[in-house]
Design a binder for this molecule. Sequence first.
Ligand code: SIN
Ligand code: FE2
Length: 209
Amino acid sequence: MTGMIAEGVAYHPGLLPATEQKALVADLHRVIAAAPFFTPQMPRTGAPFSVEMTNCGPLGWVSDRKGYRYQPTHPETGRRWPPIPERLLKIWRAVGAPGVPEACLINRYGEGAKMGLHQDRDEETFEAPVVSVSLGDTAVFRMGGTTRRGPTRSLRLASGDVIVFGGPARLMYHGIDRVLAGSSRLLPEGGRLNLTMRRVTPFPADEAG
Ligand code: SIN
Ligand code: FE2
């Protein structure tokens, strides 16, 4: 049952059946073979993130001492990111997102990993929503408004859930408080994978907008 849980936020619990989740994990193994996980670092301090990351798509999001940015190549291999698997593009379309995404960030949460409250705002355009797919262990997702202060609520994102935030919620604060170890058996190694698809540059005039 899909629901608008806040203005601009659509939650699609269980959108991906178990067979689709398994097929997606197989697709991701191919992506990861071409673009291995790396440990991003905080701007300036260089402190490591607790999640590991990689990307697929023409652009990928990276973070290091120099800052947050999108770039066409992997920071360690120097190679272009592999394409976004068709199965993910299908999810983008299924939730009604326009055109095609340019970046898909893949976050891996191992034991104890979390992500502080932040906005996704390194894109040049906010006209498309962020489409976020959860696989593996359930996460406690925290969502707030578009300012850092103010009330937040938490939502458990289970394997196969998709959450979409766009329009008035495109710049909502969000993060992961914790991951519930052992809550899913999808990933043999345990933990959680999160995929966030985004449009980075404005749509050309002739593309869906
Ligand atoms: C993110 O905001 O990049 C990740 C969110 C999540 O892991 O669900
Ligand atoms: Fe984010």
